[in-house]
Design a protein around this ligand. Structure first.
Ligand SMILES: Nc1ncnc2c1ncn2[C@@H]1O[C@H](COP(=O)(O)OP(=O)(O)O)[C@@H](O)[C@H]1O
Ligand SMILES: [Mg+2]
Length: 255
C-alpha cells in the first residue's frame, strides 16, 4: 500500500500540481509533503501569523483510537483509526489544525451531510460525524468513513500498467459512482486523480465531497455560493466553473 504521505513515488505530472481553490478564492495545495514536520514524523506543522506551530496527532477522537496519518489535502487530515464497537478500521477525517476558518468548518460539515446522502460501492461510505476538542480547546469537527486501502488513481494507473480495456472499465466504474451522486442531487466539482482511490480489487472510490454542490434549491441557499466565487481545482475544473455564474452549473460540470 502506498499513501499520500509516503516518500515521493513516481507520480504522473497531472497529480503533482493539485491545488484546490476555495470558495473565498484562496489557493490551497492539496498535497503538502514539503511542510517541515521534522519535530515528529506525524506532527502537523503549520505557520500561523508568522509563528511556526507544531500540532501532534490526536490519540483518541470520539469513539476512535487514532493509529496513523494516511492522507492530507487542502482541508483535512485523514487518519487510520480503530472503532471500538463494532470493532473495525475506519478512515477519520479532521479539519487540518490551524486552518479552521469558519468557511472551512462549514464546508467540512457540509461534506459529511453530502456523504450521508450517498450509498454506492464507488464512494467511501460515511459512518458517523461529530466534533472533538482540539489542542487549544477549539471545536474540531470530524467524520468517520469506510477505510479504503489503495492507491490514488494516478499511482494505481501507472503501477498496474492497465491496458486500454481495463482503463475503460475503471473509468466506467468511476462514472457509475459519479452518476449515483448526480442522481442524489450532488455535483462533486473537484474530480481529480488525488480524490479517487482504487482498492485492492480494482474498485475505484470517489472521495472528497468537500466542495460538492447540493442541487436542491433549499440546500443551495444554505451553502451560499455567491457570484464571483470559484470552487474547484484549476487544472481539472470545467470552463463554466471558472467563467459562469455558480447557479448555472449542473451535473455536466463533472463530466
Ligand atoms: N476513506 C479513505 N480511506 C483511505 N484514505 C483516504 C480516505 N479518505 C481520504 N483518504 C486519503 O486522504 C487524502 C486527503 O483526503 P481528502 O478527502 O481528499 O481531503 P481534502 O478535502 O483535504 O482534499 C486523500 O487523497 C487520500 O489519500
Ligand atoms: Mg482532496
Amino acid at each position: 500500500m502506498s499513501r499520500e504521505s509516503d516518500p515521493p513515488a513516481p507520480v504522473p505530472p497531472d497529480d503533482s500540481s493539485d491545488t484546490a481553490l476555495t470558495s473565498d478564492g484562496k489557493v490551497a495545495a492539496d498535497d503538502e509533503t514539503s511542510l517541515d514536520t521534522s519535530a515528529s514524523p506525524d506532527a502537523d506543522a503549520e505557520v500561523e501569523l508568522g509563528v511556526m506551530r507544531t500540532f501532534h496527532p490526536p490519540k483518541q477522537v470520539g469513539a476512535y483510537r487514532v493509529l496513523e496519518e494516511i492522507g492530507r489535502g487542502a482541508m483535512g487530515t485523514v487518519y487510520l483509526a480503530e472503532q471500538e464497537n463494532p470493532r473495525r478500521t475506519v478512515a477519520l477525517k479532521l479539519v487540518r489544525r490551524g486552518r479552521a476558518t469558519p468557511e472551512l468548518l462549514r464546508r467540512f460539515e457540509h461534506e459529511a451531510q453530502v456523504l450521508g446522502r450517498l450509498h454506492h460501492a464507488g464512494i467511501a461510505q460515511i459512518y458517523e460525524a461529530g466534533a472533538t476538542e482540539g489542542d487549544l480547546g477549539e471545536r474540531q469537527p470530524f467524520f468517520a468513513m469506510e477505510y479504503i486501502e489503495g492507491d490514488t488513481l494516478s499511482r494505481y494507473a501507472s503501477g498496474a500498467q492497465l491496458d486500454v480495456p481495463a482503463r475503460l472499465e475503471l473509468m466506467a466504474k468511476i462514472c457509475d459512482a459519479v452518476a449515483h451522486a448526480h442522481q442524489k442531487g450532488i455535483i462533486h466539482r473537484d474530480l481529480k486523480p488525488s480524490n479517487i482511490l482504487v482498492d485492492a480489487e480494482g474498485q475505484p472510490k470517489v472521495l472528497d465531497f468537500g466542495v460538492a454542490r447540493i442541487t436542491d434549491s433549499d440546500q443551495q441557499a444554505t451553502m451560499g455560493t455567491s457570484m464571483g466565487q470559484i470552487i474547484g481545482t484549476v487544472a481539472y475544473m470545467s470552463p463554466e466553473q471558472v467563467g459562469g455564474p455558480p447557479d448555472d452549473l449542473d451535473t455536466r460540470s463533472d463530466v
